[in-house]
Design a protein. Structure first.
Length: 396
């Protein structure tokens, strides 16, 4: 079997993997980024909604190649059509740009490559190598050949279906309540307002929502996420979306030019994301925002920390779980509190009736919140609907 060596092996060249590889290479580590697909970023499995405010923090240069549309904000529609408009800065991690996700992922891989990371496509990691209580690399299939990759640190950035964490003995399993099953069409020839990312709540998408994210004036990603536990069978999610589209004359008249299906975790953060010689990042570490289902920004923010810590660990010659705690603490400081709060809010939101959604949206659209976040929203709701926020009392 062919054998290769590196300091840091990153499994998966999605946004989290590429940003990890980029920062680890910048820190001087010898990095190998492997991707099972033949093309980074393709096929796209994403609504392509992305907030902007975090890009600078991670150091990602904005690039016209991957910006399809820039929106002013979000419109949240209640079941009876009440609308709550939120400006882009406050609207969560899917509102700001509508991107070309395939180009975005490639641009991040370019940053990693420029910093010195090696990239191997069509390289499917099939298992990890464990020795003396440490993860020491992985075995992969590359263009029909088996390959042994020796590494001092392995980073699992292998997305929602991640196996790296499980192989290492970390519990990454999800309950059906903590999964949204998604399907999306790219539709053209529709009526959409390119200034807004639109979200439709209520029984049209039990436990989730329908989104219309405009790529331009007549083309948008029209998708749905439904809580898995609310589906009789996985195919039912398509019926929900098709039924909704049928009732929207401005969308029904359009043509479908693309279709994707997938799932997102809407869970609490994992209890553990590091082990000796191992780190998990992005969807593999269940870092998606449980309210919006957006995972790109959280994944990239954590990935910067992951890459930096990987670089430091290589420089120090210490790949122990103890050293890698620096990553665990770093990403939790950035994301954990909000993720946990939003998970609690999601647990409540999925129980609400259409009538309550209508009342809530009416209330929120007439309320001026100083800063829009789940905590401030719950406080505003508490005054009028104390029963809804009862279960959050400890939190408030
Ligand atoms: C329908 C849908 C719509 C979404 N819409 C949005 C949105 O609008 N905004 C948003 O922010 N987020 C959205 N998300 C979530 C977002 O796509 C993810 O959070 C994001 O892609 C996570 O990035 P990642 O790098 O962790 O994982 P991924 O992007 O999934 O990348 C993982 C990579 O690992 C590779 N891989 C997996 N296993 C192996 C292996 N064994 N060997 C080698 N390579 C492997 C995969 O091929 C893949 O390229 C959506 C998700 C879905 C399903």
């Amino acid at each position: 079997m062919k054998e290769i060596n590196c300091d840091v092996l990153v499994v998966g060249a999605g946004p989290a993997g590429s940003v990890t590889a980029w920062y680890a290479a910048k820190a001087g580590a010898n990095v190998l980024l492997v991707e099972k697909r033949q093309e980074i970023g393709s096929p796209v499995r994403c609504g392509e909604g992305l907030s902007k405010y975090w890009l600078k923090d991670v150091g990602i240069p904005e690039d016209r190649r991957w910006i399809a549309n820039e929106v002013d904000g979000a419109r949240i529609f209640s079941p009876s059509g009440k609308v709550w408009e939120i400006n882009e800065k406050d609207a969560g991690n899917e509102v700001g740009y509508v991107i070309e996700r395939d180009q975005f992922d490639k641009a991040l891989a370019e940053l990693a490559a420029r910093a010195g990371a090696e990239i191997m496509l069509k390289t499917w990691v099939k298992g990890i190598i464990k020795r003396d209580g440490y993860i020491r690399g992985a075995v992969a299939r590359h263009m029909g050949d088996d390959l042994k990759i020796n590494a001092k640190i392995v980073v699992g950035a292998d997305g929602y279906e991640s196996q790296v964490g499980r192989w290492a003995g970390i519990d990454t399993s999800l309950k059906p309540n903590d999964i949204d099953s998604c399907i999306q069409y790219r539709m053209t020839g529709i009526d959409c307002d390119r200034r807004y990312c639109d979200f439709y709540l209520g029984s049209c998408a039990p436990g989730g929502y329908i989104w219309v994210f405009p790529k331009n004036e007549d083309t948008a990603n029209v998708g749905i996420g439904v809580q898995l536990s609310k589906l009789k069978n996985p195919g039912e999610v398509k019926h929900y979306l098709d039924r909704w589209i049928d009732k929207q004359p401005g969308i029904r008249k359009g043509k479908k030019i693309d279709m994707v299906a997938g799932a997102v975790s809407i869970s609490q953060p994992l209890e553990k994301t590091v082990d000796n010689g191992l780190m998990l990042v992005g969807d593999a570490a269940r870092m998606i925002d449980p309210i919006t289902g957006g995972g790109v920004s959280n994944g990239c923010k954590a990935a910067k920390v992951c890459g930096e810590v990987a670089g430091e660990a290589i420089a120090a010659g210490d790949y122990s779980a103890e050293f890698l705690q620096k990553y665990e603490k770093g990403w939790r400081a950035l994301l954990e509190e909000k993720q946990y709060r939003n998970w609690l809010a999601k647990e409540k939101l999925v129980t609400l009736s259409d009538k309550v959604f209508d009342d809530l949206l009416e209330l929120l659209s007439g309320t001026k919140l100083e800063r829009l976040n789940v905590l401030n929203m719950l406080n505003a709701v508490r005054e009028k609907y104390p029963e809804i926020v009862k279960e959050f009392e400890d939190f408030l």
